[in-house]
Design a protein around this ligand. Structure first.
Ligand code: 1CP
Length: 353
């Protein structure tokens, strides 16, 4: 499939307008983890799939769960339903999802572990995800943008080395200090496979890409440059060569004061901001960098609902008015979110015209 110019796609899909320099009111809206367990229809489809990875590798079911929040809420963008751990799985690492506990991987802690990864093997699993993207582009309303994604090398590596989620990413930070050459090899493998994976998503119909670096905030500044900024910069540079018309959003969660430097060095087109970023700082980043800013409502405010939610949404819309801005959360929707609060949020944002 040939990729239409960004300007042509932006005239069809308002989600893309901020990326061609237009501040739109009301701002486009989508929510991280907009498909997921808070929706009864997701839980129903999930129960048909077997394991969580089976859902990610079923184009029919993955397409269905991607469309569910679009049908319910009419978000301006859909995000491919998949997971950042598809990349290690496709590379040949053992990955499973334990019900109620989260992901488990066979940890890579030495050179022998690294040699088990085989970048030549990824094509089979990646092709299944690319088929989901193709189906999505056919089934989505033409005015809905489609976001493809992957995890950033640092964040994906924290699962590959630690073997599971953790609060401090200690195992991976330690390996990066003690064996930087070995860790660098792992990061390089992830850079190359992420480019292959994302480029295939674009060729299959993704309009925009997001790179999730959920654990970027656990690194001191020099390590942040080395393992967050430099790998992301490499991915963006390669993708921009291949697909100059596809905007890339970075999500270096926790980057805080390093955010402007992240945008400048990596040349991302969009910056997704976490919940603790002050709105005034987001407004400044939107004005002073080339990036579209996205964020950053607290997912727990969406659980609470009511007047606290209404006040914060009004404040966000007021501070970000006239800026190149996309409304989103600061992190993913949590499972206990009442679906009617999401409907109310969309209504509040759309009233902002
Ligand atoms: O039981 C279930 O249904 C599994 C829950 C679930 C879901 C719905 C997982 C397991 N992954 C997903 C989908 C998912 N993951 C999407 C889909 C698109 C969307 O609607 O947004 C995306 C973009 C992701 C990305 C992802 N997976 C990230 C980065 C974003 C973030 O939330 O920080 C991370 C860190 C993961 C790993 C992961 N996958 C699943 C879980 C529970 C976790 C976190 C594990 C941990 O650290 O404890």
């Amino acid at each position: 499939m040939s990729v239409q110019t960004l300007a042509a796609r932006a005239s069809l899909r308002r989600f893309l307008k901020p990326f061609v320099g237009e501040a739109v009111s009301p701002p486009p809206i989508w929510l991280m983890r907009q498909a997921g367990r808070y929706l009864p229809e997701y839980r129903a489809t999930r129960s048909q799939a077997g394991g969580f990875l089976d859902l990610c590798y079923s184009p029919k079911l993955a397409c269905e769960v991607t469309l569910q929040p679009i049908r319910r809420y009419g978000f301006d963008a859909a995000i491919l339903f998949s997971d950042i751990l598809v990349v290690p799985d496709a590379l040949g690492q053992q990955v499973s999802f334990v019900e109620g506990e989260g992901p488990r991987l066979d940890p890579i802690t030495d050179a022998a572990g690294l040699t088990k990864l085989d970048p030549a093997k990824t094509a089979g699993k990646f092709a299944i995800v690319w088929e989901t993207v193709q189906r999505l582009r056919q089934d989505l309303p033409s005015e809905t943008a489609l976001i493809g994604f992957c995890g950033a090398p640092w964040t994906v590596a924290t699962y590959m080395v630690g073997g599971r989620g953790s609060v401090d990413q200690a195992a991976t930070r330690s390996l990066a200090y003690q064996q930087p050459a070995l860790f660098g090899e792992l990061i390089n493998i992830l850079i190359d496979s992420s480019v292959t994976y994302l480029s295939g998503q674009v060729k299959s119909g993704a309009d925009v890409l997001q790179i999730f670096d959920s654990w970027a905030g656990s690194l001191p500044d020099d390590e942040f440059q080395r393992w967050v900024v430099v790998p992301t910069q490499a991915i963006v540079a390669k993708l921009r060569q291949l697909h100059p018309d596809v905007p890339i959003i970075g999500f270096p969660r926790g980057a805080d004061v390093a955010s402007a430097n992240f945008v400048e060095k990596t040349q991302v087109n969009g910056l997704s901001c976490n919940t603790s970023m002050p709105l005034a700082h987001m407004a400044r980043l939107a004005a002073e960098t080339n990036a579209v800013v996205q964020g950053n409502l607290d997912p727990l405010l969406l659980v609470a609902g009511g007047s606290a939610l209404e006040a914060r949404v009004a404040e966000t819309l007021s501070v970000m008015r006239g800026k190149r801005f996309i409304f989103n959360l600061g992190h993913g929707i949590v499972p206990q979110t009442p679906p009617e609060h999401v409907a109310r949020l969309v209504e509040l944002v759309r009233q902002a015209a």
